[in-house]
Design a protein around this ligand. Structure first.
Ligand code: IPM
Ligand code: MN
Length: 354
């Protein structure tokens, strides 16, 4: 089998962790005898510097022609003052929309040795394992009208029936493969858009009577994730709420540097870490490559249906962490502090040995 992957390292630590990810991707490919061809393109600030826009048609076309897209991170202080449409982040939103990546999966699970490191008490956290299924191409992020002038700023939260149906269907299907439990998060006590979301989710539920459905308001959900994270299995939610809840999920399970994600549509798939470009630490070889490497695992699993490769990568990560290796963001006294490249090396070695 030969697959093509478009690499979009982006900005800041995106480039560093991409280098790690590519090594792991090829090492895994060798093990299962697939060949991967890569094409590298610009996105975000890097693309602005070169072409004046955060995402070019050429980059998009390349993504459309490939079997999967791997993305690092975008953004940085250099481009913060640009108008909205020209910011690096606009490139990210544009690629999600253009490739119709409507489902963003963000798994929150605990790696060995992280129970003690979390801001949450061990006995509350132990056994936490859930996935945030975030709608990614609609809602407040894309609704029109939007804008601001001297006196006001405005955005529109809007969801259509097909948009809610397809993400809900995917979430229910995932719930079926896990614990048959789905919690849909909204703000139906205040927002009409959420009321609509809730009613469509209930309709879709009729096709999945074997899955238990509950609804939570987003403020309560944020609190519950911290209070009792084990009650969650699949969290289904809208674009904005999913953005916020997945950061909370990331931090209680260790560091944002550990959280991978998959963005899926009908035709295309993109994989990226949940963390950003971290300009404050970029160029120092200290960034945590695990979220990016774990995103490669998700690529094998979701884009190519090779869960055994995802497991190979995940188990190498687990063994590396269990042996006490830590990048700076997750380091505590007694651990072995390692650089981005060293962490990658050890993960690669652990992959070889399995
Ligand atoms: C994320 C990020 C993005 C988002 C930004 C960078 C546009 O925070 O992927 O969670 O808000 O979706
Ligand atoms: Mn975010």
């Amino acid at each position: 089998m030969t697959y093509t992957v478009t690499l979009l390292p982006g900005d800041g630590i995106g480039k560093e962790v991409m280098t790690s990810a590519v090594q792991v991707m090829h090492a895994a490919a060798k093990k299962v005898k697939v060949t991967i061809q890569v094409v590298e393109k610009l996105i975000g600030g890097a693309s602005i510097d070169q072409f004046g826009v955060p995402l070019t048609e050429d980059t998009l076309e390349t993504c459309r022609r490939s079997d999967a897209v791997l993305l690092g991170a975008v953004g940085g202080p250099k481009w913060e003052k640009l108008e909205h449409q020209r910011k690096p982040e606009a490139g990210l939103l544009k690629i999600r929309k253009a490739l119709e990546l409507f489902a963003n999966l963000r798994p929150a699970q605990i790696y060995p040795g992280f129970l003690q490191a979390s801001s949450i008490k061990e006995e509350i956290l132990d056994g936490t394992d859930f996935i945030v299924v975030r709608e990614l191409t609609g809602g407040l992020y894309f609704g029109e009208p939007r804008g601001y002038d001297q006196d006001k700023g405005w955005n529109t939260m809007i969801y259509t029936r097909p948009e809610v149906e397809r993400i809900a269907r995917m979430a229910f299907q995932m719930a079926r493969q896990r614990k048959h439990k789905l919690i849909s998060v909204d703000k139906a006590n205040v927002l009409e858009c959420s009321q609509f979301w809730r009613s469509v989710v209930e309709e879709v539920h009729q096709d999945f009577p074997d899955v238990e459905l509950k609804h939570l308001y987003v403020d309560n959900a944020a609190m519950q994730i911290v209070r009792d994270p084990r009650q969650f299995d699949i969290i289904l939610t809208s674009n904005l709420f999913g953005d916020i809840l997945s950061d909370i999920a990331g931090i209680i399970t260790g560091s944002l540097g550990m959280l991978p994600s998959a963005s899926l549509g009908i035709k295309y798939a993109l994989f990226e870490p949940v963390h950003g470009s971290a300009p404050d630490i970029s160029g120092q070889n200290i960034a945590n490559p695990i979220a990016m490497i774990s995103s490669v695992g998700m690529m094998y699993n979701y884009a190519w249906k090779l869960p055994q490769v995802a497991e190979l990568i995940e188990s190498a990560i687990r063994r590396t962490l269990a042996a006490g290796y830590r990048t700076k963001d997750i380091y505590t006294t007694g651990d072995t502090l390692v650089s981005t490249t060293k962490m990658t090396e050890i993960i690669l070695k652990n992959m070889e040995q399995s």
